[in-house]
Write a protein that binds this ligand. Sequence first.
Ligand SMILES: NC(=O)c1ccc[n+]([C@@H]2O[C@H](COP(=O)([O-])OP(=O)(O)OC[C@H]3O[C@@H](n4cnc5c(N)ncnc54)[C@H](OP(=O)(O)O)[C@@H]3O)[C@@H](O)[C@H]2O)c1
Length: 261
Amino acid sequence: MLVEGYRVLVTASSRGLGKAIARGFLEGGAAAVTISSRDRTALDAAAKELSRVGSGSVYAVPADLTVREQAEGLVDRAHDLMGGLDSVVYVTGPPKAGRLLELSPDDWEYASRLLVLSAVWITYRAIDRLRRPGGSIVYMSSTSIAEANLDLALSTVLRTSLAGLLRVVSHEAGALGLRANMVLPGLARTDRMEALVRRTARSRGISEEEAERALTSVIPLGRAADPSEVASVVVFLASDAARYVNGATVAVDGGSMLRIL
Ligand SMILES: NC(=O)c1ccc[n+]([C@@H]2O[C@H](COP(=O)([O-])OP(=O)(O)OC[C@H]3O[C@@H](n4cnc5c(N)ncnc54)[C@H](OP(=O)(O)O)[C@@H]3O)[C@@H](O)[C@H]2O)c1
Protein backbone atom coordinates (compact mmCIF):
# COMPACT_ATOMS: atom_id res chain seq x y z
CA MET A 1 0.00 0.00 0.00
CA LEU A 2 1.43 3.34 -1.13
CA VAL A 3 0.42 5.49 1.85
CA GLU A 4 -0.11 2.88 4.57
CA GLY A 5 -0.64 4.53 7.96
CA TYR A 6 -0.53 8.11 6.61
CA ARG A 7 -2.41 10.94 8.33
CA VAL A 8 -3.50 13.41 5.67
CA LEU A 9 -5.30 16.75 5.49
CA VAL A 10 -6.99 17.55 2.17
CA THR A 11 -8.42 21.08 2.05
CA ALA A 12 -11.54 22.08 0.01
CA SER A 13 -12.63 18.47 -0.23
CA SER A 14 -16.40 18.01 0.19
CA ARG A 15 -16.67 17.28 -3.55
CA GLY A 16 -14.69 17.35 -6.80
CA LEU A 17 -10.94 16.87 -6.91
CA GLY A 18 -10.44 17.29 -3.15
CA LYS A 19 -12.90 14.53 -2.32
CA ALA A 20 -11.38 12.23 -4.95
CA ILE A 21 -7.95 12.85 -3.44
CA ALA A 22 -9.24 12.01 0.05
CA ARG A 23 -10.69 8.80 -1.40
CA GLY A 24 -7.37 8.01 -3.12
CA PHE A 25 -5.49 8.24 0.18
CA LEU A 26 -8.01 5.99 1.93
CA GLU A 27 -7.76 3.45 -0.88
CA GLY A 28 -3.96 3.68 -0.58
CA GLY A 29 -4.04 2.63 3.08
CA ALA A 30 -4.09 5.98 4.94
CA ALA A 31 -4.78 5.65 8.67
CA ALA A 32 -6.72 8.94 8.82
CA VAL A 33 -7.89 11.66 6.46
CA THR A 34 -9.31 15.06 7.41
CA ILE A 35 -11.56 16.72 4.85
CA SER A 36 -12.81 20.30 4.89
CA SER A 37 -15.03 22.87 3.15
CA ARG A 38 -17.46 25.64 4.12
CA ASP A 39 -20.81 23.86 3.96
CA ARG A 40 -21.12 21.65 7.06
CA THR A 41 -23.99 19.54 5.68
CA ALA A 42 -22.22 18.68 2.42
CA LEU A 43 -19.00 18.05 4.34
CA ASP A 44 -20.63 15.61 6.76
CA ALA A 45 -22.28 13.77 3.85
CA ALA A 46 -18.89 13.45 2.12
CA ALA A 47 -17.26 12.21 5.34
CA LYS A 48 -19.98 9.58 5.74
CA GLU A 49 -19.44 8.38 2.17
CA LEU A 50 -15.65 8.33 2.54
CA SER A 51 -15.76 6.47 5.85
CA ARG A 52 -16.87 3.41 3.85
CA VAL A 53 -13.61 3.49 1.82
CA GLY A 54 -10.59 1.60 3.17
CA SER A 55 -10.09 1.24 6.91
CA GLY A 56 -8.84 4.72 7.85
CA SER A 57 -10.69 7.25 10.01
CA VAL A 58 -12.32 10.23 8.33
CA TYR A 59 -12.63 13.59 10.11
CA ALA A 60 -14.60 16.59 8.85
CA VAL A 61 -13.57 20.11 9.87
CA PRO A 62 -15.50 23.06 8.40
CA ALA A 63 -13.30 25.99 7.36
CA ASP A 64 -13.39 28.87 4.91
CA LEU A 65 -9.92 29.10 3.38
CA THR A 66 -10.35 32.83 2.67
CA VAL A 67 -10.40 33.53 6.42
CA ARG A 68 -6.91 33.35 7.91
CA GLU A 69 -7.88 32.09 11.38
CA GLN A 70 -10.00 29.32 9.86
CA ALA A 71 -7.29 28.21 7.42
CA GLU A 72 -4.62 28.13 10.13
CA GLY A 73 -6.98 26.52 12.66
CA LEU A 74 -7.82 23.80 10.14
CA VAL A 75 -4.22 22.52 10.00
CA ASP A 76 -3.91 22.60 13.81
CA ARG A 77 -7.23 20.80 14.28
CA ALA A 78 -6.41 18.12 11.67
CA HIS A 79 -3.05 17.53 13.36
CA ASP A 80 -4.65 17.16 16.79
CA LEU A 81 -7.55 14.96 15.60
CA MET A 82 -5.26 12.54 13.74
CA GLY A 83 -2.42 12.58 16.27
CA GLY A 84 0.04 13.92 13.68
CA LEU A 85 0.29 14.94 10.05
CA ASP A 86 2.20 13.19 7.24
CA SER A 87 0.81 15.08 4.25
CA VAL A 88 -1.13 18.23 3.51
CA VAL A 89 -2.85 18.46 0.14
CA TYR A 90 -3.73 22.06 -0.60
CA VAL A 91 -6.83 22.34 -2.77
CA THR A 92 -8.90 25.50 -2.87
CA GLY A 93 -12.27 26.49 -4.26
CA PRO A 94 -12.38 27.48 -7.94
CA PRO A 95 -12.04 31.22 -8.60
CA LYS A 96 -14.75 33.09 -10.47
CA ALA A 97 -14.41 32.47 -14.21
CA GLY A 98 -14.12 35.50 -16.47
CA ARG A 99 -12.03 37.67 -18.73
CA LEU A 100 -10.21 40.73 -17.39
CA LEU A 101 -12.98 43.19 -18.22
CA GLU A 102 -15.69 40.95 -16.74
CA LEU A 103 -14.02 41.12 -13.33
CA SER A 104 -14.08 43.80 -10.63
CA PRO A 105 -11.43 44.90 -8.12
CA ASP A 106 -13.49 43.11 -5.44
CA ASP A 107 -13.21 39.87 -7.43
CA TRP A 108 -9.42 40.26 -7.44
CA GLU A 109 -9.31 40.95 -3.72
CA TYR A 110 -11.40 37.89 -2.85
CA ALA A 111 -9.51 35.66 -5.30
CA SER A 112 -6.19 36.79 -3.79
CA ARG A 113 -7.32 35.39 -0.45
CA LEU A 114 -8.75 32.25 -2.11
CA LEU A 115 -5.79 31.40 -4.36
CA VAL A 116 -2.71 33.05 -2.85
CA LEU A 117 -3.03 33.97 0.81
CA SER A 118 -4.79 30.74 1.80
CA ALA A 119 -1.85 28.79 0.34
CA VAL A 120 0.60 30.88 2.36
CA TRP A 121 -1.40 30.48 5.59
CA ILE A 122 -1.74 26.72 5.12
CA THR A 123 1.96 26.40 4.20
CA TYR A 124 3.29 28.07 7.37
CA ARG A 125 1.12 25.90 9.59
CA ALA A 126 1.94 22.77 7.58
CA ILE A 127 5.68 23.39 7.96
CA ASP A 128 5.15 23.63 11.74
CA ARG A 129 2.99 20.54 11.97
CA LEU A 130 4.22 18.02 9.37
CA ARG A 131 6.24 14.95 10.37
CA ARG A 132 9.99 15.47 9.92
CA PRO A 133 11.63 14.00 8.04
CA GLY A 134 9.27 12.68 5.39
CA GLY A 135 6.25 14.99 5.53
CA SER A 136 5.08 16.68 2.35
CA ILE A 137 2.76 19.25 0.83
CA VAL A 138 1.09 18.78 -2.54
CA TYR A 139 -0.38 21.94 -4.06
CA MET A 140 -3.29 21.63 -6.48
CA SER A 141 -3.04 24.34 -9.13
CA SER A 142 -4.01 24.48 -12.82
CA THR A 143 -2.49 24.37 -16.30
CA SER A 144 -3.52 28.04 -16.51
CA ILE A 145 -0.29 28.91 -14.66
CA ALA A 146 1.72 27.50 -17.56
CA GLU A 147 -0.48 28.56 -20.48
CA ALA A 148 -2.57 31.69 -20.02
CA ASN A 149 -6.31 31.06 -20.18
CA LEU A 150 -7.99 34.37 -21.03
CA ASP A 151 -11.38 33.09 -19.81
CA LEU A 152 -9.85 32.34 -16.42
CA ALA A 153 -7.99 35.60 -15.78
CA LEU A 154 -8.00 35.27 -11.98
CA SER A 155 -6.56 31.77 -12.13
CA THR A 156 -4.00 32.68 -14.79
CA VAL A 157 -2.64 35.73 -12.95
CA LEU A 158 -2.89 34.75 -9.31
CA ARG A 159 -1.88 31.10 -9.52
CA THR A 160 1.53 32.03 -10.91
CA SER A 161 2.26 32.99 -7.28
CA LEU A 162 1.73 29.38 -6.32
CA ALA A 163 4.52 28.38 -8.70
CA GLY A 164 6.78 30.87 -6.91
CA LEU A 165 5.63 29.59 -3.53
CA LEU A 166 6.49 26.04 -4.59
CA ARG A 167 10.05 27.15 -5.43
CA VAL A 168 10.72 28.80 -2.09
CA VAL A 169 8.97 26.12 -0.04
CA SER A 170 10.70 23.21 -1.73
CA HIS A 171 14.07 24.87 -1.06
CA GLU A 172 13.54 26.06 2.49
CA ALA A 173 11.35 23.22 3.76
CA GLY A 174 13.56 20.71 1.93
CA ALA A 175 16.35 21.60 4.30
CA LEU A 176 14.00 20.64 7.17
CA GLY A 177 13.28 17.20 5.72
CA LEU A 178 9.98 18.15 4.09
CA ARG A 179 9.00 18.02 0.41
CA ALA A 180 6.61 20.12 -1.68
CA ASN A 181 5.27 19.41 -5.16
CA MET A 182 2.52 20.71 -7.40
CA VAL A 183 -0.10 19.15 -9.66
CA LEU A 184 -1.64 20.96 -12.64
CA PRO A 185 -4.96 19.47 -13.69
CA GLY A 186 -6.21 20.38 -17.17
CA LEU A 187 -9.91 19.57 -17.35
CA ALA A 188 -11.44 17.14 -14.82
CA ARG A 189 -15.08 16.02 -14.49
CA THR A 190 -16.34 17.99 -11.48
CA ASP A 191 -18.94 20.69 -10.76
CA ARG A 192 -16.30 23.20 -11.81
CA MET A 193 -16.02 21.62 -15.25
CA GLU A 194 -19.82 21.70 -15.64
CA ALA A 195 -19.79 25.41 -14.80
CA LEU A 196 -17.07 26.01 -17.42
CA VAL A 197 -19.06 24.07 -20.02
CA ARG A 198 -22.17 26.20 -19.28
CA ARG A 199 -20.12 29.39 -19.52
CA THR A 200 -18.57 28.34 -22.85
CA ALA A 201 -22.01 27.42 -24.24
CA ARG A 202 -23.42 30.81 -23.21
CA SER A 203 -20.52 32.89 -24.50
CA ARG A 204 -20.29 31.10 -27.88
CA GLY A 205 -24.05 30.66 -28.36
CA ILE A 206 -23.78 26.86 -28.71
CA SER A 207 -25.32 23.91 -26.86
CA GLU A 208 -23.68 22.47 -23.74
CA GLU A 209 -22.89 19.25 -25.67
CA GLU A 210 -21.11 21.28 -28.35
CA ALA A 211 -19.30 23.30 -25.68
CA GLU A 212 -18.07 20.14 -23.98
CA ARG A 213 -16.89 18.76 -27.33
CA ALA A 214 -15.05 22.03 -28.00
CA LEU A 215 -13.29 21.91 -24.63
CA THR A 216 -12.31 18.24 -24.85
CA SER A 217 -11.41 18.11 -28.57
CA VAL A 218 -8.10 19.90 -27.86
CA ILE A 219 -7.06 17.21 -25.37
CA PRO A 220 -4.85 14.59 -27.08
CA LEU A 221 -6.42 11.82 -24.98
CA GLY A 222 -9.81 13.03 -26.22
CA ARG A 223 -11.60 13.41 -22.89
CA ALA A 224 -11.56 15.16 -19.54
CA ALA A 225 -9.92 13.41 -16.59
CA ASP A 226 -11.85 11.42 -14.08
CA PRO A 227 -11.01 13.03 -10.67
CA SER A 228 -9.50 9.70 -9.56
CA GLU A 229 -6.88 10.10 -12.32
CA VAL A 230 -5.71 13.35 -10.72
CA ALA A 231 -5.91 11.84 -7.23
CA SER A 232 -3.61 8.92 -8.04
CA VAL A 233 -0.82 11.34 -9.03
CA VAL A 234 -1.27 13.33 -5.82
CA VAL A 235 -1.13 10.18 -3.69
CA PHE A 236 2.06 9.07 -5.45
CA LEU A 237 3.73 12.48 -4.90
CA ALA A 238 2.84 12.39 -1.19
CA SER A 239 4.09 8.83 -0.76
CA ASP A 240 7.51 7.53 0.13
CA ALA A 241 7.78 6.18 -3.43
CA ALA A 242 8.35 9.84 -4.42
CA ARG A 243 10.80 10.55 -1.56
CA TYR A 244 13.36 12.18 -3.90
CA VAL A 245 10.77 14.26 -5.77
CA ASN A 246 10.80 17.82 -4.41
CA GLY A 247 9.78 21.05 -6.18
CA ALA A 248 8.26 19.19 -9.13
CA THR A 249 5.29 20.39 -11.15
CA VAL A 250 3.32 17.57 -12.73
CA ALA A 251 0.64 18.26 -15.35
CA VAL A 252 -2.29 15.84 -15.36
CA ASP A 253 -3.93 17.21 -18.48
CA GLY A 254 -4.07 14.37 -21.00
CA GLY A 255 -1.17 16.02 -22.86
CA SER A 256 -3.00 19.30 -23.63
CA MET A 257 -0.22 21.78 -23.01
CA LEU A 258 1.71 22.93 -26.06
CA ARG A 259 4.38 25.01 -24.36
CA ILE A 260 7.99 24.01 -24.96
CA LEU A 261 9.79 25.97 -22.25
N1 LIG B 1 -12.04 20.54 -12.39
C1 LIG B 1 -11.14 21.03 -13.21
O1 LIG B 1 -11.20 20.80 -14.43
C2 LIG B 1 -9.99 21.86 -12.68
C3 LIG B 1 -8.90 22.11 -13.54
C4 LIG B 1 -7.84 22.87 -13.08
C5 LIG B 1 -7.84 23.36 -11.79
N2 LIG B 1 -8.92 23.10 -10.97
C6 LIG B 1 -8.88 23.68 -9.62
O2 LIG B 1 -8.94 22.66 -8.64
C7 LIG B 1 -9.65 23.15 -7.49
C8 LIG B 1 -10.80 22.20 -7.17
O3 LIG B 1 -11.67 22.19 -8.29
P1 LIG B 1 -12.92 21.21 -8.39
O4 LIG B 1 -13.15 21.00 -9.83
O5 LIG B 1 -12.74 20.04 -7.51
O6 LIG B 1 -14.09 22.17 -7.83
P2 LIG B 1 -15.50 21.80 -7.18
O7 LIG B 1 -15.97 20.47 -7.66
O8 LIG B 1 -16.36 23.00 -7.39
O9 LIG B 1 -15.18 21.64 -5.60
C9 LIG B 1 -14.71 22.74 -4.89
C10 LIG B 1 -14.52 22.38 -3.42
O10 LIG B 1 -13.93 23.52 -2.77
C11 LIG B 1 -14.73 23.90 -1.64
N3 LIG B 1 -14.56 25.34 -1.45
C12 LIG B 1 -14.94 26.33 -2.29
N4 LIG B 1 -14.61 27.53 -1.78
C13 LIG B 1 -14.01 27.29 -0.57
C14 LIG B 1 -13.47 28.11 0.44
N5 LIG B 1 -13.47 29.45 0.34
N6 LIG B 1 -12.94 27.53 1.54
C15 LIG B 1 -12.96 26.18 1.68
N7 LIG B 1 -13.45 25.34 0.76
C16 LIG B 1 -13.98 25.89 -0.36
C17 LIG B 1 -16.14 23.46 -2.03
O11 LIG B 1 -17.02 23.32 -0.91
P3 LIG B 1 -17.88 24.57 -0.33
O12 LIG B 1 -18.33 25.38 -1.51
O13 LIG B 1 -19.00 23.94 0.45
O14 LIG B 1 -16.94 25.33 0.56
C18 LIG B 1 -15.84 22.11 -2.68
O15 LIG B 1 -15.62 21.12 -1.70
C19 LIG B 1 -10.13 24.56 -7.85
O16 LIG B 1 -9.22 25.50 -7.31
C20 LIG B 1 -10.09 24.58 -9.36
O17 LIG B 1 -9.92 25.89 -9.86
C21 LIG B 1 -9.98 22.36 -11.39
